[in-house]
Design a protein around this ligand. Structure first.
Ligand SMILES: [Zn+2]
Length: 482
């Protein structure tokens, strides 16, 4: 990357809320239904239809604001953002402008050198989404475009940061943290492919030491971490080239093309006054009293950072494990529940990060769909801890649990997988192995001690893996010296 210039990045993230219904009407927000199946006079923008604010949207906005240390406005206003586009039936979008619900927050992101950096959050406001245009894909419809208004009026939070990030990497770290946070708060499902979490990046560069910001380009609607990084890096290079060749960066909106990895101009400079914002006369000012804020604060779930610290402190697992387990809200609750059911924390962490995660990856599914639930995993780990089964046999038991959904004790019993710790039974097997391998016994006694592994293998094989390996080792050594 060009090091002549300082990079300045601010992000606007659109978070689609997980409410069951839309922000101003009772239509469902479910994804993937037939076009226009989830519409009514309000979200179709029919004359005379009046919006009614969804209380859950406000709660989710307060949650997000509290989690980012924002000030929650006691009084905020909905405003009309006026523009014309076929997917916007009313000819305006209901958003917030002068008095948003949350302001002056921040999010601290970890840096590579172990320190952290505070990224300011300018504001968080509520707004409705627009519909979707579909362009004809068959020869008969090639000249046509279709409007699907299922998404119109779906609730969004727009989270606007200060221009505090100085590299694509910092921007990605911030986004990942925000993504984790809105999922942990259960305000957004975080599904980037379906557009539930998408980002506009404002990127500019300036010579080092210059206080004034350079002219920025706004990169629109990027929905993967990888693409956001690519888009920012490309844009920084492009702006540096423009300045190097004596040109001027112009303020504009640019689109990222993921196939070529480049950005191209979409439209020129836009200012707030272009949208002729004014307070929406159909919606009264939103008044939030202190009690409501406190009720939401009391119900806030534990956030990933606090959870990570608790895992290390209370469970004594390594910071690395805690970091992996808390990347995903469902995974961390699975871990919590497994430990609460009596499993050793480090064992539980090993199995979840290893066997469980590997199978989920193979199947491309989420931990909520795992056929082995936390109680079952804990049940099996307890049988390792009390030496009913060995760690090796546990793999077999786990396989069977995963396939059949049966608990460990039933499988151990039915398949006769109990570890043999009874010294009489092990001794009988050892005696057989010694009797049947006279030449190896002679060699061992003549000093070839590395043959011990051979004998252990034979005993384990004869016991079908059920003998306790430590007990086998000890008794073999004794017997071979007799
Ligand atoms: Zn509707």
């Amino acid at each position: 990357m060009n090091s002549e210039y300082e990079v300045v990045i601010g992000l606007e993230v659109h978070v689609q809320l997980t409410t069951a219904t839309k922000i101003f009407c009772g239509c469902s927000t479910a994804f993937g239904n037939a076009p226009n199946a989830q519409t009514c006079p309000v979200c179709l923008g029919l004359p005379g239809a009046l919006p009614v604010l969804n209380r859950q949207v406000v709660e989710n906005a307060i949650r997000t604001g509290l989690a980012t240390d924002c000030r929650i406005a006691p009084r905020s206003i909905f405003a009309r953002k006026n523009y014309f586009y076929p997917d916007l039936p009313k000819g305006y979008q209901i958003s917030q402008f002068e008095l948003p619900i949350c302001e002056h927050g921040h999010l601290d992101i970890p840096l590579d050198d172990g320190t952290s950096k505070r990224i300011g959050i300018t504001r968080i406001h509520m707004e409705e989404d627009a519909g979707k245009l579909q362009h004809g894909e068959t020869p008969a419809t090639a000249d046509s475009s279709f409007v699907d208004l299922n998404r119109a009026c779906t609730p969004l939070l727009e989270i606007v940061s200060e221009p505090d990030m100085r590299s694509a990497d910092e921007a990605i770290t911030y986004l990942k943290k925000l993504h984790q946070m809105v999922k942990a708060l259960q305000v957004c499902d975080g599904n980037m492919e379906q557009g539930s979490f998408r980002c506009d990046a404002n990127v500019s560069i300036r010579p080092w030491g210059q206080a004034e910001l350079g002219t920025r380009a706004e990169l629109k609607n990027i929905n993967s971490f990888r693409f956001i990084k690519q888009a920012i890096e490309y844009e920084v290079e492009r702006q540096a080239d423009v300045l190097e060749s004596g040109g001027k960066v112009i303020q504009e909106t640019r689109l990222f093309d993921s196939t070529s990895g480049t950005t191209r101009s979409m439209r020129g400079k836009e200012e707030a006054h272009d949208y002729r914002y004014f307070p929406d006369p159909d919606l009264v000012p939103l008044v939030i009293d202190a009690d409501w804020i406190e009720r939401v604060r009391d119900a806030l779930p534990e956030l990933p950072e606090a959870k990570r610290a608790r895992f290390v402190r209370d469970y004594g697992i390594p910071a690395y494990d805690a970091g992996v387990l808390t990347q995903n809200h469902e995974v961390s609750s699975y871990f919590d529940t497994t430990v609460a059911a009596g499993a050793d924390p480090k064992q539980a962490s090993n199995w979840i990060m290893g066997e469980v995660q590997r199978r989920l990856n193979d199947a491309g599914s989420e931990i909520s769909a795992a056929p082995v639930d936390p109680a079952m995993l804990a049940g099996m780990l307890k049988r390792i801890a009390d030496k009913t089964i060995s760690g090796k046999i546990a793999k077999t038991v786990f396989d069977e649990m995963w396939k059949s959904g049966t608990d460990a004790d039933t499988i151990i019993e039915a398949k006769g997988l109990k570890q043999v710790t009874d010294s009489g039974a092990i001794e009988a097997i050892i005696n057989d192995v010694i009797a049947n391998n006279a030449p190896q016994v002679a060699d061992y006694r003549a000093g070839k001690e590395q043959l011990l592994g051979f004998f252990v293998g034979q005993v384990m094989k004869a016991s079908k893996g059920k003998a306790n390996p430590a007990a086998v080792n000890d008794m073999l050594k004794k017997k071979l010296q007799e």
